[in-house]
Write a protein of this length. Structure first.
Ligand SMILES: *Cc1c(COP(=O)(O)O)cnc(C)c1O
Length: 391
């Protein structure tokens, strides 16, 4: 049970938290329904690894369950154990598969389904797997071109032939993962699709699954029996330009001081930003320790290097730029153009409905996935909407 305890996060008292993170569960559920439309008849699983991309696996998974989601993917067995306490009846697949040191016992204890990635893991599961309705249920991961995890296509086909004779394990699902799904025209997509089609034929009794969020947007050829979206559920747009997903996460931070600085003075570490005008500076209680990346440091700061743009916040209906270097716990914004409007105790949006998460990430030279999973534990987390079904 210590596995579960170590995953619990304590929410700070809202009166003393520097930031607040609002997670809109109704928007999450609407995104799930939208993905079900896009996926045609395919089942839509929920990828909830890394604490549901930082947003809280217990609340997120319960909301998806209420929407009819029954299959979930986590990265690690410890995450599967946490999820099991929330959803007693879900199919929980563990992408990292089995570890060599007796992890199969944990899979048994919590009823987790390993996504088996190698012959070695197949042997472990054959020897130590649990028996549900079928002997030693699992998913088989085939690498069709990503060179990350999985059996090669040839290994998988050879294994399928052996296993058809021995029944050593029961593959419920055969999966592969696309490397370039966010680039619809990339030639690797079609190569992976063809390779996957060849492999799935060797597992006539298993369902098959190829697509993450971006793959789901590639159309019905890529949907197979089940799709595995993560980021699109959380409001990230896997493919630019499509009708956007609804924003789910809003990160805000409080202004703890507003100060006046003169033209010619400098702001933050390294004195890297020299002010060209008299400036009102709002200092907020969040920094890179809260997942607001240092690479969002303001314009004129050399460490931004190749990045196109510095960060922007949103307050009183207006965007305001980051000034100088983002620091561990504090960030400065230029609120001069808002006059006296911004003051002590106001809140500045870091990303959310007014600063799309994909834009904030791009400004930082990263992706929405990294922004979400870096948020950390210091936000007061608030959940809007219905986590459980009305009916
Ligand atoms: C993380 C992950 C997903 C979900 O990817 P998104 O791009 O967030 O939709 C699906 N499948 C596998 C194997 C993954 O590792």
């Amino acid at each position: 049970m210590h596995i579960i305890a170590s995953q619990e996060r304590s929410n700070p008292d809202p009166r003393v938290a520097g930031g607040r993170l609002t997670v809109d569960l109704d928007a999450l559920r609407a995104n799930y329904r939208r993905l079900r439309e896009v996926a045609g008849g395919a089942e839509v699983a929920g990828v909830v690894k890394a604490n549901a991309y930082g947003l809280g696996i217990d609340k997120v998974a319960s909301a998806l369950w209420a929407e009819g989601c029954r299959a979930f993917f986590v990265a690690l067995p410890q995450e599967g154990a946490t999820l099991r306490a929330v959803l007693p009846e879900a199919y929980i697949y563990v992408l990292a598969g089995l570890f060599e040191n007796g992890s199969a016992d944990i899979f048994h204890e919590f009823g987790l389904l390993p996504v088996v990635n190698s012959r070695t893991e197949l042997s472990i599961w054959e020897a130590h797997g649990w028996d549900g309705d079928v002997p030693r249920p699992c998913a088989i991961h085939v690498d069709t071109g990503m060179n990350r995890l999985g059996l090669s296509a040839d290994e998988a086909i050879a294994f399928a032939a052996d296993n058809a004779l021995t029944g050593a394990v029961t593959p419920l699902l055969v999966i592969s993962h696309l490397a370039c799904a966010d680039e619809a025209g990339h030639p690797l997509n079609v190569r992976q699709l063809e390779s996957f089609q060849a492999v799935r034929g060797a597992f006539p009794h298993a369902d098959s699954s190829l697509s993450n969020s971006a793959g789901t947007m590639l159309g019905p050829d890529y949907a197979f029996d089940l799709v595995r979206p993560g980021i699109a559920l959380y409001g990230g747009n896997p493919v630019a330009g499509e009708r956007p997903m609804l924003p789910v996460a809003t990160a805000e931070t409080r202004v703890i001081q507003v100060r006046a600085a003169k033209a010619g003075e400098t702001v933050s570490y390294g004195a890297a930003r020299k002010l060209s005008r008299d400036t009102r500076i709002a200092v907020v209680a969040a920094g890179y320790a809260d997942g607001y990346p240092r690479s969002l440091s303001g314009s004129g700061v050399p460490l931004r290097q190749t990045l196109a743009k510095g960060g922007e916040g949103f307050v009183h209906g207006q965007r305001v730029p980051v000034l100088g270097r983002v620091t561990m716990d504090l960030t400065m914004f230029d609120v001069t153009d808002l006059g006296e409007e911004v003051g002590y105790g106001d809140w500045i949006e870091l990303f959310g409905p007014n600063i799309p998460i994909d834009e904030a990430a791009a400004r930082a030279g990263t992706i929405a996935y990294e922004l979400l999973t870096s948020l950390g534990d210091r936000y007061d987390r608030r959940y809007l909407g219905a986590e459980i079904s009305d009916g």
